[in-house]
Ligand binder design. Structure first.
Ligand code: GSH
Length: 249
């Protein structure tokens, strides 16, 4: 019902033009797990874009295999973003979706060189860095044994190559791709600042160290960083999940 009374002038335009049942009031819903870098990068983007969202916390203790969940995430992975009955899986696809649908503030640069830097950082994080840190993560959680020492050494060497590469790309900029926060910062920044927790000091990398400090000072990183209590509480669930992955079940 259109309000044509004198009060309608005081109402924001959409409210005075459209009857309430036709308003799209569905809130974005993010299925996530607080310790997952894959899902925290989406959570950070939602906060940076100042969107309203609802979090659905998954335990990944088998709840991801529930048939209701696999209807929206057939590979039983988080994160999943549900936007008005549209389900998006794969964190990088979700970030692109958010950027296209909610372009303000922009998290992608437009000039070719900066865009290439952003995409390189995203892909290197996901394809080179994340698989490499698995033995370091196991060690932090107390899951590794003495046989793993060679894997841990190799992981440290590969991490050093990634950090050196990122330092060169960051150069004198505050963020990857310029002076504004981008998706590259969000993707790399959901994992790299936590390297000291995995036993890798960033002291020899001042450029990356200052970039991490810059990110960690932002409210979005403050709100999403995993607490020691959350890490401790999810230890056994993560161990079971990693064992399942290793046996490729
Ligand atoms: N490529 C996916 C990876 C998602 C992923 O591996 N999620 C893990 C948590 S970090 C998961 O849901 N694991 C549950 C399972 O494998 O059953 C993305 O970027 O979204």
């Amino acid at each position: 019902m259109v309000d044509s009374g004198k009060n309608s002038k005081l109402l924001p335009r959409p409210y005075s033009l459209f009857p309430v049942p036709f308003l799209n009031t569905t809130m974005l819903k993010l299925y996530h797990m607080p310790l997952s870098a894959n899902s925290s990068r989406v959570w950070i983007a939602l906060i940076e874009k100042q969107l309203d969202y609802e979090l659905v916390e998954m335990k990944l203790d088998g709840d991801q295999l529930d048939s209701e969940f696999t209807k929206i995430s057939p590979f039983h992975h988080i994160p999943v973003l549900v936007d008005d009955n549209f389900n998006v899986i794969e964190s990088l696809a979700i970030l692109d979706y958010l950027e296209a649908k909610y372009p303000t503030p922009p998290l992608l640069p437009t000039d070719p060189k900066s865009l290439a830097i952003v995409r390189m950082v995203e892909m290197v994080t996901v394809n080179e860095f994340m698989p490499t840190i698995s033995p370091l993560f196991s060690k932090m959680m107390g899951f590794s044994n003495s046989d793993d020492s060679q894997k841990i050494e190799l992981a440290k060497q590969k991490v050093a190559i990634v950090i050196q590469f990122l330092e060169k790309l960051l150069d004198n900029s505050s963020y990857f791709g310029g002076e504004q926060l981008t998706l590259a910062d969000i993707v790399a920044g959901s994992a790299i600042p936590f390297l000291p927790m995995l036993g890798i000091s960033l002291d020899s990398y001042p450029i990356i160290g200052s970039w991490c400090d810059r990110l960690m000072a932002r409210p979005s990183w403050q709100a999403t960083r995993p607490t020691p209590e959350a890490i401790e509480a999810s230890k056994f669930r993560i161990q079971a999940l990693m064992a399942r992955h290793q046996s490729r079940v």
